[in-house]
Design a binder for this molecule. Structure first.
Ligand code: BGC
Length: 761
């Protein structure tokens, strides 16, 4: 014990020394910089701006730095940060190494300040823009595993493979609350529940930055949480449109996961591209200074999202000129602007604003000090680019296995009539549908390309659903026909009918139909949606398949829960694979055959109707009955599948819910125990979910809130006692004065269909 204490003491002294040494070095560098140097440090440009090619927006292949353009940006304008790839296309690790080496050579040899550039990238479910990188399931899929270790593994591998690409800064994790099934980026989140977002988000920070947050380690990257805050809570459900969020809702639901990630040491943050209550987040002193800096104590770098300073003028009309927009954003707390094209204008505007006294030099110093510290912490001065040759595990089997594990723990069985799954033996299978035979839709966007459109070019060696099923059941037993498919049309994909009658003929000749429906790939504005229903051609195909009289297993491969209410009753089984990544096909095939027992649970509410889109934590008035109970207007009972729902091949039975007391004080911890039995002959994983309900409160309480969860393995015919320790303080909500409180009174603690009431004094 004494020994352990001593070690801890030494470690903490060292960390202290390191941090103060970094402070000292950063201050020293800062004091040697000219105003021009400093403003350059606050500027981030897109790689295309300095790459060879016809213009700022597109580059030529192979990816190479254009010495003239790069000199102008990095030396003349002293730009301190670069992001992205060229033409949204993945590059080989070696190409990354050469490109970033060229950039650092200019920045460190040809400028007076000799400050390395910090390169940033979106590696959000694996290292998006590197050829050969390991693609994990997307965040929404990972959340469905209800095992935060999968988020940790994904971040650990992504950090490693991002550094193997010479890049030290990752614009991830997404800590937005995925509250709206219409939103084009719900798949980038950990779903609708703040506790899930928080638990998985913190694991991502640990995976990216290492357990002691020492990002000078060449296997770690600096995380960039995004998009602060309330980005997904728009009224229209469309990307970058207005949100109206009361302060206490913002605090309790949206800010909490960021708060926990900040406590975990996250090094940087990106601001929400939209507006809240009419105020663009990028112009909000209240969000960035009052909340982020003063209340949450965030010390890291605050980065804009894409072109968002410009948009204060161009789009949001709160600034009368570009220059005014720069003044607003920097004075509101932005440290670095992802310009990313018209950098000359940004630099000149900011220079003039400082000279005119509209932005103080101390604000500039404050921003630049944070940027310099980040560069120092990352060890960029000593090691400006990591070399792919030092990363033997890039794209390794070991990494692939972790991605497979995450997919196999996430896939969620939503319906299984007559226990039709698993399908054993070697029956004749027809794989049909637009999502059945490509790697693109398994991965979704941010996969070797921004919109995911290039995935099949880069991920050909992995198995599509059809290929994986053929591997398991034998090629001669499995046939694929598309029926309908996605056809590329410029920037979009349209749904086209191939041959539905042919599909029906084949269906009649098969024993089972594996119907793979869902979505094409998309993110951001291209993913905006006007109809939550699954495309009508897909519904037509589903109905035709059902006409065959053969059992239809519906595989959902989608980034958000598209409505399937018209066809669900025709399906024998429904399996949601979400966006499971490169090993999703294999994981699915193993689940269909029974090699893997499914254990995923929904991280969102699966809606039944387009006008009933509520998370599970709605207010009681959403379900209103008259005295006779005749009207049930809306609410949980109208969901197709509830949040937290997912079947297993095992059967679980809950019993004997116990609490250590029935009355608690505010600083007590509630000890909860429950017995969970596997009453089947198959070993399986079950996720035990503990919810609380505040029965009466000063503002209307939510019907229930997830407070704890634990995913456990229970062997066949065995029981396990599960214990939770829930501090009473966790029952708090943000009240009308925007203060977290636990109000004395009655609460209900529930697990599965069992519950107990308690009093809090
Ligand atoms: C997205 C961000 C992303 C950035 C850089 C923006 O359009 O909203 O999530 O990090 O682009 O690629």
């Amino acid at each position: 014990m004494r020994f352990l204490f001593l070690i801890l003491f030494i470690v903490s002294c060292n960390m202290k020394n390191d941090f103060s040494e970094i402070d000292e070095r950063a201050n020293k560098i800062l004091s040697s910089l000219s105003l021009e140097d400093k403003i350059g440090q606050m500027t981030q440009i897109n790689l295309t701006v300095i790459a060879k090619g016809p213009n700022k927006w597109s580059s030529s292949f192979p990816m190479e730095i254009d010495p003239k353009k790069a000199r102008k940006a990095l030396v003349d304008f002293k730009v301190g940060s670069v992001l992205n790839t060229i033409n949204n296309t993945a590059q080989k690790p070696e190409t990354w190494f050469n490109t970033i080496s060229d950039i650092q050579e200019l920045a460190m040899n040809d400028t007076e300040s000799k400050i390395p550039v910090i390169y940033g990238i979106d590696a959000i479910h694996g290292t998006t823009y590197t050829d050969g990188a390991t693609m994990f399931p997307q965040q929404i899929t990972t959340a469905a595993s209800w095992n935060p270790e999968n988020a940790y593994n994904m971040a650990l591998v992504s950090a490693y493979e991002t550094r193997a690409s010479g890049i030290p800064w990752n614009f991830s994790p997404v800590l937005d609350l995925g509250i709206d099934p219409r939103f084009s980026r719900q798949f980038e989140t950990f779903g609708e529940d703040p506790l899930l977002v928080e638990r998985f988000g913190v694991e991502m920070i640990k995976g990216y930055q290492g357990l002691n947050n020492d990002v000078s380690n060449k296997y770690s990257v600096a995380a960039c949480m995004k998009h602060f805050v309330g980005y997904h809570a728009t009224i229209s459900g469309k990307d970058r449109t207005p949100a109206y969020i009361p302060d206490n809702v913002l605090k309790e639901f949206h800010i909490e996961p960021f708060k926990k990630a900040i406590e975990a040491g996250a090094k940087s943050i990106m601001i929400n591209s939209g507006l809240i209550n009419g105020v663009p987040a990028h112009a909000s002193y209240d969000l960035m200074i009052n909340t982020l800096r003063n209340e949450l104590g965030f010390e890291g770098v605050i980065l804009t999202d894409w072109e968002d300073i410009r948009k204060l003028h161009d789009r949001d009309k709160v600034a009368e000129s570009q220059k005014e927009a720069v003044k607003m954003a920097i004075n509101a707390g932005i440290d670095m602007s992802m310009v990313p094209y018209e950098y000359e204008q940004f630099v000149n505007d900011l220079l003039n604003l400082v000279r005119e006294g509209e932005v103080s030099e101390s604000r500039i110093d404050d921003a630049v000090l944070r940027i310099l510290k980040l560069k120092l912490e990352l060890g960029l001065f000593e090691n400006p680019v990591t070399n792919y040759k030092d990363f033997d595990d890039f794209g390794s089997k070991k990494h692939h296995q972790l991605a497979y594990k995450a997919a196999s723990e996430s896939i969620t069985l939503l319906k299984n009539d007559d226990k039709i799954l698993p399908i054993t033996g070697k029956p004749k299978l027809l794989v049909v549908g637009p999502n059945g035979n490509n790697m693109r839709t398994l991965n979704g966007a941010w996969s070797y390309s921004w919109q995911g459109d290039l995935t099949d070019r880069f991920a050909g060696e992995y198995n599509t659903i059809y290929e994986a099923i053929s591997n398991v059941y034998g090629k001669s037993n499995v046939k694929y026909v598309s029926g309908v498919s996605y056809k590329e049309n410029g920037a979009y994909y349209e749904m086209v009918e191939d041959d539905i009658d042919l599909a029906l003929n084949e269906a009649k000749k098969s024993d089972y139909i594996i119907l793979c429906l869902g979505e094409s790939t998309y993110t951001e504005k291209p993913g905006d949606l006007n109809d939550l229903n699954l495309h009508k051609l897909q519904l037509k195909l589903a109905k035709k398949m059902a006409q065959s009289g053969k059992p239809v297993i519906l595989i959902l491969n989608l980034g958000r829960p598209r409505l399937i209410s018209d066809i669900e009753s025709l399906m024998s089984s429904v399996v949601n694979v979400y966006l499971p990544g490169n090993f999703g096909g294999d994981a699915l095939a193993d689940i269909l055959s029974g090699k893997v027992n499914p254990s995923g649970k929904l991280p969102y509410t699966y809606p039944l109707y387009p006008n009933s889109l509520l998370p599970y934590y709605y207010k009681p008035s959403e379900v209103q009955n008259n005295a006779q109970g005749a009207y049930n207007y809306i609410g949980e009972v109208n969901n197709l599948y509830n949040f937290g729902f997912g079947l297993s091949y095992s059967d679980f039975k809950y019993g004997d819910l116990r609490l250590d007391k029935d009355t608690y004080n505010i600083d007590d911890t509630i000890k909860v125990s429950i017995s969970v039995s596997n009453t089947s002959d198959i070993d399986g994983f079950e996720t035990v979910q503990l919810y609380s309900s505040d029965l009466y409160a000063s503002i209307t309480p939510d019907v229930k809130r997830l407070r704890e969860f634990s995913k456990i393995n229970i062997n066949a015919r065995e029981s396990v006692l599960v214990e939770f320790y829930l501090p009473v303080s966790e029952l708090a909500f943000a009240n009308a004065q925007n203060v977290f409180v636990v109000e004395p009174g009655k609460f209900k603690i529930s697990i599965s269909n069992l519950s107990k009431e308690i009093s809090v004094l």
